[in-house]
Ligand binder design. Structure first.
Ligand SMILES: [Cu+2]
Length: 507
């Protein structure tokens, strides 16, 4: 729509946000391109659209976030500003969260009392300095994320440019032909009122077999992976709530995978994004040795291996070197607790590309903290005393299907309130029967303790809190606003596992 309309929306939101006291000082950041001088760079254009995706031979109506040339998401070069005009052509209201960015509060891409949804047919401008690294963008409204309203958001650094590695970005997803609201209704027994979560309406593309998986059966062939679970039995483990119809890597399954042409002896920087709504994956590199060099876009001390866990919302940058003799090398993502897998194939010129089965021989174990424990930030937080320490409990469960924080669903939550400039720690203690990938908006944090053991872990924005476990995160609150802190399992967030970090501006 027109700039005028967009600008009017901004002004309207400014008026309502003025009631927020200290936060109203943030509002100048909202002003979009209307005040930009004529010589400034033109905004990059992105549109939220509907599209038809063929999954296992069946068409499905899904969303996409694309540039005019069809590129999914954004790839910014060093020094480039996040100057974006986002058009909503989804056929319904939407809002896109820039996951991993640390923009001013008003531009985070979450609708709340101060920040309206982008109406169908309207546009919104964004202008902030992007945070380097492998990030992504996704709807933060209703169940749109389940219907693939998600895309990569890559911000390259000068060092990335120098390292002479081919960039290969992989966005993972879990896919259902069902209306996501039906999937949740199957879990809750349809007893909960989720009217406000269901903006999807009818879902084209047939009637697939996504069924709520209440019995959590697991393939026992995976027992070999279960070592180190502290004697926990399989029956006590609760890994996956939903049986999906497919698992996607860049929108494709192993029926018809993406084959990326790479050089013999060449180096590849895999930018892996777990964009699934409810699925943790094990990344399997097969014959290739990988070196993790960044977590959630932040550099880490290099960690080598061939198998790395990734929970929902997380990103890993992994460097691999192709052998001089070349060949075809699948990069696999296997669903935790199960045999299903997806992925892409790296292939050198002339290599024979064999079919990769969509089911692994054995089930994978759970994604745990084994990688997290090995990660160390290249740039740790400066040592200083903590000004504000919080402990929250991750609560709720399967029956009824309600997930909460401190036994309170979002809406009845108690925000964690801090002042700008404070050193903050938040210890998340998991008292619920599932693991939760916890994501904080607005700032990245350092993982400061896992299960009570202190460490100078990765700086990141999403951390796994395993069942019976805990994680402590630390950060300097430097970004005023009301920032969601939530589980990145969409179904858990939808039923209530979300609170807010309120960072108040001091004068
Ligand atoms: Cu959760």
């Amino acid at each position: 729509m027109t700039i005028l309309q967009t600008r009017r929306r901004f002004l309207a939101s400014a008026a309502s946000a003025a009631a927020l006291g200290g936060l109203s000082t943030l509002l100048p950041a909202l002003i979009p391109g209307a005040v930009r001088p004529a010589w400034a760079a033109a905004p990059l254009r992105l549109a939220v659209e509907r599209r038809v995706l063929e999954v296992m031979g069946k068409p499905a109506s899904v969303f996409g976030i694309r540039q005019p040339d069809g590129t999914s998401g954004l790839f910014l070069d060093p020094g480039q500003r996040f100057l974006v005009d986002l058009a909503n052509r989804a056929g319904e209201d939407a809002v896109i969260h820039w996951h991993g960015m640390t923009p001013p509060y008003a531009q985070d891409g979450v609708a709340d009392a101060n920040r309206p949804l982008i109406r169908d047919g309207a546009s919104q401008g964004y202008d902030f300095e992007p945070r380097p690294g492998t990030h992504w963008m996704h709807s933060h409204h209703g169940f749109q994320e389940q219907r693939l309203m998600a895309a990569p958001l890559i911000v390259r650094t000068v060092e990335d440019r120098r390292e002479d590695a081919q960039e290969v970005t992989v966005l993972l997803h879990d896919f259902t032909f069902k209306d996501p609201a039906e999937v949740l209704a199957g879990l809750t027994g349809g007893t909960m009122d989720h009217g406000d979560m269901n903006h999807g309406g009818g879902h084209g593309g047939g009637h697939g077999g996504a069924m709520p998986m209440m019995n959590h059966s697991m393939d026992m062939k995976g027992m070999g992976d279960m070592k180190g679970m502290g004697g926990m039995t399989m029956a006590a483990m609760d890994l996956n709530d939903v049986e999906y119809d497919a698992y996607l890597a860049n929108d494709r399954t192993f029926d018809d995978p993406e084959v990326v042409r790479v050089e013999r002896g060449g180096r590849v920087r895999l930018r892996l994004i777990n964009g699934a709504t409810s699925t943790a994956f094990h990344i399997e590199l097969g014959a290739l040795d990988g070196t993790v060099v960044a977590a959630d876009g932040n550099p880490v001390q290099p960690v080598t291996g061939r198998r790395f866990g990734m929970v929902m919302g997380q990103r890993l940058d992994i460097l691999v070197r192709l052998p001089d003799e070349g060949g075809a090398f699948p990069v696999l993502a296997q669903r935790e607790g199960e045999r299903q897998r997806t992925g892409i194939i790296l292939a050198t010129p002339g290599a024979t590309v064999n079919k990769v089965a969509g089911l692994a021989d054995g089930a994978a174990g759970p994604v745990d903290l084994s990688l997290e424990r090995r990660l160390t930030a290249l740039a740790s937080l400066a040592p200083r005393p903590t000004d504000a320490a919080f402990t929250i409990r991750l609560t709720g469960g399967m029956a009824p299907y309600v997930w909460t924080i401190d036994d309170r669903p979002f809406g009845e939550h108690r925000p964690l309130t801090v002042l700008k400039g404070q050193r903050v720690t938040v210890t998340m203690v998991n008292e619920s029967p599932m693991a939760h990938p916890m994501h904080l908006h607005g700032q990245h944090f350092q993982v400061a303790a896992l299960n009570g053991t202190a460490l100078a872990g990765a700086v990141r924005d999403t951390v796994l809190v395993p069942m019976n476990g805990s994680a402590t995160i630390a950060f300097d609150a430097d970004n005023p606003g009301r920032w969601p802190l939530h589980c990145h399992n969409l179904l858990h967030m939808a039923t209530g596992m979300m609170t807010e970090l309120v960072c108040e501006q001091t004068i």
